[in-house]
Design a protein around this ligand. Structure first.
Ligand code: HMG
Ligand code: MG
Length: 299
């Protein structure tokens, strides 16, 4: 299969990146990050989560962040919603696109959202109904698609079954998450072959964490499978609080460098993106997780 000419990047740094940070990050700093990302040309930014603050304290200020970002026309500003309560809070904050999240692993589903996979899908049904009524679009996530911190190997058929349910209930796109970053290029291709038989490939996205340093290879393997949407995180921030040891998502700067090299269009400016990355790393007091950013800053 030839590579796509255009790819859409979904920036998940302000949500997937920051949700795992123990140190308090001010609303001002979160707003500055989101605005810097839209200035860099990203067309989709996941801004926060409407989850229980007892479960993920860092996302507690998401309404305020939404109230203060500068919404650039044409940019989608999304948020996670685990249940109807979260969805309603998101709507009250003016969110026009939400993401629901399920898992391909029962054990991870229990640890992450305190219910079974089928219970989670039942919880999403009223969200889908209300979203349709209010003209809100819904994206779906499946976690642990290439391995689970509690169950180990996950069969691609199990991923396909959950992805198909999310698509059938009205998610316009389903993002497949290698939550713990153990996947390799071969496993990625096989997973997309199996899931792609159940859900159209142009409705699937890849979401790779870089724990084992495989994420860029997995993005390339996905491109070869015809996947054209990838989630990534500025400066490689992140991890999941319910997947111990999982490191950040693949860095947006590194994915963009790969895509630029392949002549694939994204509409994103690398220099502006590097600035956004520098800014948040200064806030966090940590070096960047992006190899490209490291190389460009001389070290
Ligand atoms: P629960 O404890 O089973 O829920 O949590 P509950 O309905 O029994 O409610 C317990 C308390 O939470 C109550 O408050 C509710 O009001 C409150 P209390 O009476 O104790 O004061 N509550 C809420 N508060 C705010 N917002 C809400 C909400 N719902 C209930 N929406 C629940 C169930 C789903 C809420 C919880 O497990 C939760 O919030 N989990 C979120 C976990 C999370 O955010 N994980 C990270 C995101 S997933 C991820 O990172 C993977 C991804 O990146 C893809 C990949 O990498 O694979 C997407
Ligand atoms: Mg993730």
């Amino acid at each position: 299969m030839s590579l796509p000419s255009h790819v859409r990047l979904v920036e998940v740094g302000p949500r997937d990146g920051l949700q795992n940070e123990a140190q308090p990050i001010s609303v001002d700093d979160k707003v500055r990050l989101v605005d810097a990302l839209s200035a860099a040309g990203l067309g989709y930014i996941e801004v926060g989560s409407f989850v229980s603050p007892k479960w993920v304290p860092q996302m507690a200020g998401s309404s305020e962040v939404f109230a203060r970002i500068q919404r650039k026309p044409g940019v989608t500003y999304g948020a996670l919603a685990p249940n109807l309560r979260g969805f309603e809070d998101a709507m009250a904050a003016g969110v026009k696109e939400v993401a629901v999240f399920a898992a391909a692993s029962e054990a991870f589903s229990q640890r992450n959202i305190n219910c079974s996979i089928s219970e989670s899908l039942e919880r999403f049904a009223p969200i889908m109904a209300s979203a349709k009524q209010h003209g809100i679009t819904v994206r779906g996530y499946v976690s642990c698609v290439l391995g689970c911190p509690y169950e180990g190997q996950i069969a691609p058929e199990q991923v396909a079954a959950v992805a198909r349910e999310l698509y059938a209930m009205g998610c316009y796109e389903v993002s497949l998450g290698d939550t713990i970053g153990t996947g390799t290029a071969g496993a990625t291709r096989r997973m997309f072959e199996v899931v792609g038989a159940q859900v159209p490939r142009d409705k699937l996205a890849g979401h790779f964490h870089d724990t084992y340093g495989q994420a860029i290879a997995n993005v390339y393997a996905s491109l070869q499978e015809g996947i054209q949407v990838f989630d990534s995180s500025i400066a490689g921030l992140g991890g999941c609080p319910y997947a111990k040891g999982a490191s950040g998502n693949v860095a947006t700067e590194d994915v963009l460098y790969l895509l630029n090299g392949l002549g694939i269009e994204t509409g994103i400016d690398l220099d502006q993106l590097l600035l956004a990355g520098q800014q948040i790393c200064t806030v966090l007091g940590r070096p960047t997780g992006s190899r490209v950013a490291k190389a460009r800053s001389g070290g």
